[in-house]
Design a protein around this ligand. Structure first.
Ligand code: SF4
Length: 583
């Protein structure tokens, strides 16, 4: 029988922390929030809409750690959470998905979300255990790396901490979860640092009520079967075995590996840092976020997490660097100092182009240190590539959309990815939609990667599906095997109400529209949905029978028009029907 005092799948309350006053207050979860936005990224809409015009470094700016209805229910790959605020790097509403155990433990402590506001006058650590929050001095930990801070706090539960980059408000500082997972993009670590919040530790043994465990188990069996049937996940070159660097060979072979700050799309030495090469330097086996059978995370034989594909590619090809040991060092430094590897690698590549610098592994690592400590030129680079390039009179060299540096897929090699970079509401991101799945990995169906035909609708639907996944919260890699159908069945089992994949897509659509609307309140519109001019003017590295021409801006414009129509926006990219979001 359903416990009517608590909506199944949820803990029924959020926790508001006021760092200025060092107070904590539990607040009930509204039915409107769960029904309209599910959780995770979706909760960012109602919890952020009153703060969307606030400066990210104003003490009132909320920093949200959100869980979803599938966290802590045993559903496969549901160990992730969502960190939400307004990005100091992009100025957009921003959510960053994170792994580890933190989301699981936050629900274990009795909360569906944590909202941190205010600013402590001195460094502080917040410990949350079984529904109670205590504020302890963080002075001893200030200045320490993410790993050292995690080590100091981990005995008390799952951790979310910042490193020196967050303390120094580097605009692409990240938040480190459990010492080795990262809420990486958008600089939300700087928002945390601005609040003088060094870390949060959370623990507890509570469990959300689950309405129908038999149905959950059936859905789980199907999810696992589909994971195992997916070559991308469980194949001999899939991410379970090789981690995400499995992509190095295939992306380079397709001549779409961003090289020399996106001036080329092929890196001759990429084999030196392929997934197979990297695997030789990793410990055997993998591990993963809570409740994930895929376990795509790898560990170096030396120490620390192995780099992801994006980090390998950006500290490698993007910086014309073929030294695998330097790539591993650069990745490790970013992790310890608490900086997003994509924005760091891209900002350094922008610096190299402007200054005509030939960087080697040592100079890349020394620049990473300087950025995190805001030393010398590092102080200017800490503002990201767009501000740096503009300040140096070379805005054409910043490879970013809406201020967020592009990921490791050159858009000239996959036109769906080009459109997805442009329309992504948090900036040049590959995780709002991942058309590389169909354009390169041929999953679920192959599409022509050098054509915009059919891509507008495909991107719109993928954005909706990913918004739903980010709100459940489940790992988007899971969608390379299972589909929303299986997760809808799992959710139906958890909450005891029949939910279909179409229902989830509807919620995802509502979230995407709301994000677009909230960003429009800060002036974002069609003008912000374009790629850097380089991609419309310069061709990529053709060869081996593959032509990589510049993208036709006219064709991109037409695809953008089609996307706006599919998304329900006017020709300026503003939503036509806000369905109550604006209220
Ligand atoms: S696939 Fe990888 S990133 Fe996703 S939940 Fe599993 S371990 Fe975490």
């Amino acid at each position: 029988m359903i416990n009517m005092n608590m909506l199944p799948g949820y803990m029924g309350q959020g926790l508001l922390l006021n760092l200025s006053l060092h107070t904590a207050q539990a607040v009930p979860l509204s039915e409107e929030m769960t029904a309209s936005y599910l959780g995770g990224r979706g909760f960012g809409i109602p919890l952020m809409k009153d703060w969307i015009n606030t400066d990210p470094f104003h003490s009132d700016m909320p920093l949200l750690f959100n869980t979803g209805p599938l966290n802590n229910t045993g559903v496969y790959s549901s160990g992730r959470g969502s960190l939400v605020s307004r990005s100091p790097l992009t100025g957009t509403l921003f959510d960053a998905s994170f792994g580890g155990r933190f989301a699981h433990c936050l629900k274990g402590a009795g909360f569906d979300y944590l909202s941190v506001q205010g600013k402590s006058s001195t460094p502080v650590v917040v410990k949350i255990r079984d529904g109670k929050a205590t504020f302890v001095p963080g002075d001893q930990l200030w200045g320490k790396t993410t790993v050292d801070t995690h080590d100091a706090l981990k005995k008390d539960g799952a951790t979310a901490v910042i490193g020196p980059a967050g303390e120094n408000r580097v605009l692409f500082a990240n938040v480190c979860i459990d010492g080795r997972y990262f809420a990486g993009r958008g600089g939300l670590g700087a928002v945390m640092g601005n609040k003088n919040l060094k870390g949060i530790v959370v623990s507890g043994n509570k469990k959300p009520f689950r309405a129908d465990t038999k149905r959950i188990n059936t859905a789980n069996r199907e999810i696992l079967r589909l994971f195992k049937a997916s070559p991308v996940l469980y194949g001999p070159f899939g991410i379970r075995r090789l981690g995400t660097p499995a992509l190095v060979d295939v992306i380079n072979a397709r001549r779409m590996m961003p090289t020399a700050n996106f001036r080329k799309t092929y890196f001759r030495d990429a084999r030196r840092f392929s997934g197979v090469e990297l695997a030789r330097q990793e410990k055997r086996g993998g591990h993963g976020c809570y409740a994930c059978p895929i376990g795509c995370k790898k560990t170096m034989k030396g120490e620390g997490p192995a780099p992801e594909y994006e980090s390998v590619s950006h500290f490698g090809a993007l910086n014309s660097n073929n030294d695998l040991s330097a790539i591993i060092r650069a990745n490790d430094l970013c992790n310890r100092l608490g900086m997003d590897t994509i924005s760091t690698g891209s900002t350094i590549a922008c610096f190299a182009e402007i200054n005509g610098a030939n960087l080697n592994g040592d100079s890349i690592c020394s620049m990473i240190q300087d950025i995190a400590c805001r030393k010398g030129e590092g102080d200017i680079l800490a503002a990201g590539s767009v501000r740096y390039a503009k300040g140096r009179g070379r805005p054409d060299t910043a490879m970013a959309v809406k201020g967020l540096e592009l990921a490791a897929y050159d858009p000239r090699g996959a036109y769906g990815m080009a459109l997805a970079y442009g329309t992504a509401q948090r900036g040049g991101c590959h995780l709002r939609a991942y058309p590389v799945g169909s354009e390169i990995l041929r999953r679920p169906v192959p599409t022509d990667r050098f054509s915009f035909e059919g891509k507008a609708r495909l991107i719109k639907i993928a954005e909706d599906a990913n918004a739903a996944a980010d709100s459940l919260v489940v790992c988007k890699f899971g969608l390379l095997g299972a589909s929303l159908e299986e997760y809808a069945s799992a959710l139906s089992g958890v909450i005891g109400v029949e939910i279909s994949s179409d229902d989830l897509l509807c919620i995802g659509e509502r979230i995407c529209l709301a994000e677009r609307y909230l960003n429009s309140l800060n002036g974002f519109s069609r003008k912000d949905d374009y790629l850097p001019d380089r991609f419309y003017k310069e061709e990529g590295s053709s060869g081996a029978g593959i032509d990589v021409p510049a993208i036709s801006k006219r064709a991109y414009d037409e695809a953008l028009d089609r996307y706006y129509r599919a998304r329900g926006c006017d020709s300026n990219g503003i939503p036509l029907n806000l369905r109550g979001i604006e209220g």
